[in-house]
Design a protein around this ligand. Structure first.
Ligand code: C5P
Length: 493
């Protein structure tokens, strides 16, 4: 594995007329060589269709690639899909354009091949586990090189920079993609290449990196007591899940919690000294209850050029805004925001975000009210056709901290477009990963066994399965998870 990715390669490949070099020479030598091979290949095409995922990582990845390619004089069109599967691959045009898959494709290469796409008309930029395939598609994927905390937007940024070193202004988008795909969650900050990109943005002036910030969602838009009460990482006794308790706690510190306009102040607006007082009081509260303070602080990523008190001010909230667009069928609205639209697209996105939050809250309540069924290594529920398949995983992830925190959660939902299929989402937490849980592996193996298709990451995975196999699928996933824990236990003996 490379310690340091960044190199001093010469940019502006097209100007140097190097793009016609035979790309297979550069294959599989290392991530940097793969980045270079894809960048060179892209520059040899007149027009490119980008096929990307509808989540924050896919939307930012598309925005990075389309801007980098347009700047290099290449025409681009974009198609967003919820997953690459037999129904959605039909949206990929059969035309003369080069097809560039982003944040998907690595795990669906056989599907791409079955759909008739040749290896000279396809490129893949991904961070998911790659599927063996007879067709040798051009691919840059950080996963096989051990860079598991880099998102597709991060890889897209490396390609954009290889196309032209001036593309560093796109670093904020890569940071949003990385944070949106939870790459900063486990370590309370980005690591490896993803962190280097954030610092590159900081050097460029478009990203502000705060090394010891409060590890709490909503630092730019939520009243502080509300942010703290929603936070469950870490759980702070008397404050988490208790907005009144959080407010009383802050009031005792004697710091004004409202501004001159009587608006609740958000974390970002407190002075350094006020933040220091609040942080140390929170640390004391944790210590008084013999809880660890290690997850109280995190490195956060802000965008100082964006308007104060908007979700565009920090990477986490920006990613939620994009997810709200993508998961509710408006990925192109999100993509316009990534290109700088702060007018009609932004207003539409704000509306999507309000709607997204309302439905997620409702879904979370539905999960908690309905309750889950528990097996030895898994908790699960079926939400019927009440919610779209694009958001159930988000609700399940949020519910996990309020349910049994020892077992992964599996949530199922009907597929309105194809009633013979069920969509499954799986979510775990960091503690489960340290016990050997790998949801990607479980989702892939179990869906294959029942003729479905799945993938994802160790902490979050999904699958489509035949509806009639729901029961057996759940039992088999439980068995697989049990096996993963046993293997890990044996390894530690
Ligand atoms: O849809 P959901 O949010 O549950 O997806 C979680 C992860 O699983 C994502 O990374 C998604 O790309 C992946 N996934 C997949 N194949 C599916 C469904 C989801 O690879 N059929």
């Amino acid at each position: 594995m490379e310690d340091r990715y960044f190199s001093t390669w010469s940019p502006d490949l097209r100007k140097n007329n190097l793009f016609f070099l035979n790309r297979p020479i550069y294959r599989m030598m290392g991530l940097s060589e793969d980045v270079r091979a894809v960048a060179w290949d892209l520059l040899s095409h007149e027009s490119v269709t980008i096929i990307s995922h509808i989540d924050a990582d896919g939307i930012t990845g598309e925005a990075i690639l389309s801007q980098a390619l347009s700047r290099a004089g290449i025409r681009t069109t974009s198609v967003f899909v919820r997953q690459l599967e037999p129904l959605t691959i039909r949206q990929v045009p059969k035309d003369e354009t080069f097809k560039l898959f982003c944040d998907l494709g690595a795990g669906q290469q056989n599907l791409i091949a079955e759909a008739g796409f040749r290896n000279d008309e396809v490129g893949i930029i991904d961070h998911h586990i790659s599927q063996p395939c007879d067709v040798d598609y051009l691919q840059v994927n950080c996963h096989p090189y051990g860079h598991v905390k880099l998102s597709a937007a991060g890889v897209a940024y490396l390609v954009a920079k290889e196309i032209d070193s001036g593309n560093t202004d796109l670093a904020p988008l890569a940071v949003i993609g990385n944070v949106g795909d939870m790459m900063a969650r486990e370590d309370c900050g980005l690591t490896g290449i993803a962190r280097e990109i954030a610092y590159e943005g900081s050097a460029h002036g478009s990203v502000e990196v705060r090394k010891y910030d409060l590890n709490c969602y909503g630092i730019s838009t939520r009243p502080l007591h509300i942010s703290l009460s929603y936070n469950d990482d870490p759980i702070i006794p008397g404050i988490s899940n208790n907005a009144r308790g959080a407010l009383r706690f802050l009031q005792k510190l004697g710091i004004p919690l409202q501004d001159n306009l009587q608006r609740w102040r958000v974390w970002e607006e407190f002075s350094c000294e006020e933040q220091r007082i609040i942080s140390s009081a929170l640390a004391q509260q944790l210590l008084a209850h013999t809880c660890s303070i290690t997850r109280l602080f995190c490195e956060s990523y802000l965008f100082p050029a964006e308007k104060a008190r908007t979700p565009l001010r920090n990477a986490q909230e920006y990613a939620t805004l994009l997810n709200a667009c993508g998961r509710w069928s408006r990925p192109k609205t999100g993509a316009q925001i990534c290109r700088g639209d702060r007018g009609s697209a932004y207003r539409e996105a704000e509306h999507m975000l309000t709607n997204h939050r309302t439905i997620i809250r409702e879904l979370l309540q539905f999960i908690l009210d309905t309750g889950v069924s528990e097996l030895s290594h898994l908790q699960f529920l079926h939400v019927g056709n009440r919610y779209p398949d694009t958001i159930v995983g988000i609700g399940a992830g949020m519910a996990l901290s309020k349910l049994n925190r020892e077992k992964p959660i599996l949530i199922m939902v009907e597929q309105p477009e194809d009633p013979s299929l069920t969509k499954v989402s799986l979510r775990a937490n960091e503690q489960m990963l340290s016990r050997g849980i790998d949801l990607q592996e479980a989702a892939t193996s179990a869906s294959e066994r029942f003729g479905g298709a799945g993938g994802g990451h160790r902490i979050a995975a999904g699958a489509f399965i035949p509806r009639e196999s729901e029961h057996e699928f759940i039992q088999y996933v439980n068995e697989l998870l049990a096996g993963q824990c046993t293997k890990e236990d044996a390894g530690h003996r």
